[in-house]
Design a protein around this ligand. Structure first.
Ligand SMILES: Cc1cc2nc3c(=O)[nH]c(=O)nc-3n(C[C@H](O)[C@H](O)[C@H](O)COP(=O)(O)OP(=O)(O)OC[C@H]3O[C@@H](n4cnc5c(N)ncnc54)[C@H](O)[C@@H]3O)c2cc1C
Length: 404
């Protein structure tokens, strides 16, 4: 039978993450929103503590623990709640604190997730413990990541990378950038591989940092790769171009990272709902979870409707993470969770600003900030429209060529 409670073994983790969010992230949330591009130095200490507390980084950021799907991660062992569930639960709490700061946590980038998921022993030895960002997007390739133009050419014992990467989260602060590039553009998606590039590689040139609507604590960098040489060993996974397997391998990472972005959205949504509930109660609005919405005030009814959306987003996110932990294919659920949580976060945070009126819009509260932070969660790791497309393909049994 489905159990909607937080698994007992994760309660200490959730409580620790909540404490960090309350005591470290919330107090500096507004500061680093206002000081865009300033380095949140308070996070260095936090990252060190996190590494000490749990070596896998479950109390951390965007999934440094990785998303391997082997027998140790589920398989035939029966129903289990593993690292995906732990990461999702702690991300929810930390993003209740501040999502931009969560994205800025050292050693917890999306590149770390890719490395932890597919790196071999030697690569883990070489690159484990470093902070890794992920560079897929290019000026001509956003939603359609198969359209990337960056190339990687083998030259002796090195690959030579050339191209341009934009919107790289933590690109300026990370030690490593995981770069997607094509070994042979004539062979299509199957030739796209990821390469680990050291941030101080002279062939990797920082072009600029973006100014943004939200998550302003998180740096977003654009790069030019110009004859950027990396050792052969920097290629993650197999160098073979397997046209039968196509793009499946690299895309699989998303089945594990999308629930993490769903979790970010769930955390921000809860923050906004809790603050709004406090403000409504202060203003004398009565909320009754047990009475029908139509018998309550318009403000209470709207609030309850938003709470229901939040709950649906949360459960879908937990389901997608649970499936990953149990070795079950979850592309459909991962996209459903990301789509529902992203949209809910945008709708609810704006709904909260609306319900609280001028108090919601002003900078004395964090509600206006959360409404700005929300939009990116419905955008990166695949936009709302792309998630719905993936869901539709899965439900209708269509390929990406048949439905696009
Ligand atoms: C703050 C920030 C941080 C980011 N961090 C990273 C990062 O760390 N690494 C990285 O690689 N990328 C990152 N990105 C890039 C992000 O993943 C892309 O912006 C996203 O994939 C969308 O691509 P695009 O911006 O090129 O939009 P486009 O793909 O050009 O899409 C524009 C619009 O068209 C819609 N659309 C596109 N195709 C379809 C379709 N087939 N059907 C229906 N609608 C469609 C989209 O949903 C969107 O609304 C980041 C972006 C931002 C803003």
């Amino acid at each position: 039978m489905i159990n909607l409670e937080t698994p007992k073994k994760f309660k200490p983790l959730v409580s620790q993450a909540h404490q960090v969010a309350t005591e470290v992230l919330r107090p500096i949330s507004r500061k680093y929103d206002a000081e865009e591009h300033a380095y949140p130095k308070e996070l260095d200490m936090l990252a060190a503590v996190i590494e000490g507390v749990n070596e896998g980084g479950e109390l951390g950021g965007a999934g440094a623990g990785g998303v391997r799907r082997d027998s140790e991660n589920g398989g035939d062992e029966g129903n289990r709640n593993g690292s995906n569930m732990a990461t999702v639960l702690s991300i929810i709490e930390m993003c209740w604190g501040d999502v931009g700061l969560l994205l800025s946590l050292p050693n917890q980038g999306l590149g770390n997730s890719a490395i932890a998921s597919v790196a071999n022993e030697e690569q883990l030895e070489l690159y484990g413990g470093k902070w890794a960002a992920m560079a897929i997007t290019e000026p001509e390739a956003g939603s359609d990541s198969a359209a990337i133009r960056t190339t990687a050419e083998l030259d002796g014992d090195e690959y030579v990378l050339n191209g341009e990467k934009i919107f790289v989260t933590s690109g300026d602060r990370a030690d490593l950038i995981v770069v997607w590039a094509s070994l042979d553009r004539s062979k299509g998606r199957a030739a796209i591989k990821s390469f680990i590039v050291e941030r101080d590689n002279p062939g990797l040139k920082l072009d600029r940092l973006e100014h943004k609507l939200g998550i302003r604590a998180s740096d977003t960098a654009n790069f030019i790769l110009q004859d950027c040489r990396v050792p052969k060993e920097a290629l993650l996974g197999s160098p073979e171009i397997d046209t039968k397997r196509g793009f499946g391998g690299v895309m699989q990472t998303f089945d594990n990272t999308r629930p993490l972005v769903g979790a970010m959205a769930v955390g921000v949504t809860r923050a906004a709902l809790e603050e709004t509930q406090r403000l409504l109660t202060e203003a004398g609005v009565e909320l009754d979870d047990d009475a029908p919405a139509f018998s309550q005030s318009a403000a209470a009814a709207r609030f309850l409707e938003m709470e229901a959306d939040y709950e649906a987003a949360r459960l879908l996110t937990l389901q997608a993470a649970w499936m990953a932990d149990n070795g079950k294919p979850n592309s459909l659920q991962a996209s459903m969770a990301k789509a529902k949580a992203g949209r809910t976060c945008v709708d609810v945070t704006l709904g909260c600003v609306e319900l609280c009126g001028s108090v919601g819009y002003g900078e004395n509260e964090l509600l206006e900030k959360w409404a700005r932070d929300a939009k990116i969660l419905d955008l990166f790791e695949g936009t709302q429209q792309i998630q719905l497309l993936i869901v539709a393909r899965q439900l209708l049994g269509k390929t990406s060529a048949e439905l696009r």
